[in-house]
Design a protein around this ligand. Structure first.
Ligand code: HH2
Length: 272
């Protein structure tokens, strides 16, 4: 899954793709690098980020999704939003996947929209809200608490009519977690995968990589690769990254080594 942030303030690429032409060009580039899914976001969720109103978020992402849907019809387009009006407009424009970092908590009606449209979705764990989530996050056991949360949100989605086969789950690396919480989630990712749904993991360029390596955000590709491969080896099905070509090369070699016969494909992944 390649990331396209159409925002002025995203933590690693804020402002670079706010212009629609630049965002479309970037999305096409990530598709050419081999992304199977492209995830379009119009609101930063970085620690401390200010919320964006729905009209502005829609104005940022919808025209870009519409143009990319026409230009790259083989790629699954995802909208990274928690808002019903943004998701509805994005689905009308050609998106087929809703990535909600609040797991249908911000706007529970989003579940009904996903059910009605028959799209796939990703439900992510976050402790608190972006503005405050990194203020001393605490867990007794981060993995079992994240797992219980994801099971509960999956049950909610199913109650609202979303078929279980259309739901992916994400432990929310960096969303209300210390460095050690993130590492423990990656180390014990198999416990999240045991829920039985595909697991999405996004470590890309995140601050815990900077804390471990001392590197600035632009120099965290090696850390992104290392953590993405750990996630893959521990059961992740989707890796959400900014640097598609680099991660896909590393993944190709790792997968070919551990799974003889594995071949690289850029086909749209099945969601069941
Ligand atoms: N991380 C970010 C945003 N959305 N969605 C899922 N499912 N998993 C993640 O780990 C995840 C996510 C944060 O990264 P980014 O989009 O690059 O930054 P920003 O939120 O500042 O736009």
């Amino acid at each position: 899954m390649g990331v396209v942030n159409v925002t002025p303030d995203s933590f690693s690429d804020g402002g670079r793709f706010l212009d629609a032409d630049a965002a479309v060009e970037h999305a096409r580039g990530l598709a050419a690098e081999g992304a199977s899914i492209l995830d379009f976001g119009g609101e930063s969720t970085r620690p401390g980020a200010e919320p964006v109103d729905a009209a502005e978020e829609r104005r940022r992402v919808v025209p870009v999704i519409e143009r990319v849907a026409a230009a790259a019809p083989r790629v699954l387009l995802s909208v990274d939003t928690s808002k019903v009006v943004v998701a509805r407009a994005a689905l009308d424009a050609g998106a087929r996947y809703v990535n909600d970092v609040t797991a249908f908590r911000a706007e529970p009606d989003l579940a009904a929209l996903v059910a009605e449209r028959g799209t796939a979705c990703c439900l992510m764990h976050m402790l608190g809200a972006p503005r405050t989530m990194q203020d001393d996050p605490r867990y007794d056991d981060v993995v079992s608490e994240v797992k219980a949360f994801l099971e509960a949100r999956l049950a909610f989605a199913v109650e609202e009519g979303v078929p279980e086969e259309r739901v992916m789950l994400d432990p929310g690396i960096g969303f209300g977690k210390t460095v050690e919480h993130n590492l423990e989630l990656l180390r014990r990712l198999g416990e999240i995968a045991a829920i039985g749904r595909p697991v999405v993991v996004g470590t890309s360029r995140k601050s815990f990589l900077g804390r471990l390596t001392g590197r600035d955000v632009g120099d965290r590709v090696p850390g992104t690769i290392a953590t993405s491969l750990v996630a893959y080896l521990n059961g992740a099905s989707v890796l959400r990254v900014h640097d598609v070509a680099a991660v896909l090369d590393a993944l190709t070699v790792t997968a070919a080594t551990v799974s003889p016969g594995w071949t690289r494909t850029t086909a749209t992944p099945a969601t069941s």
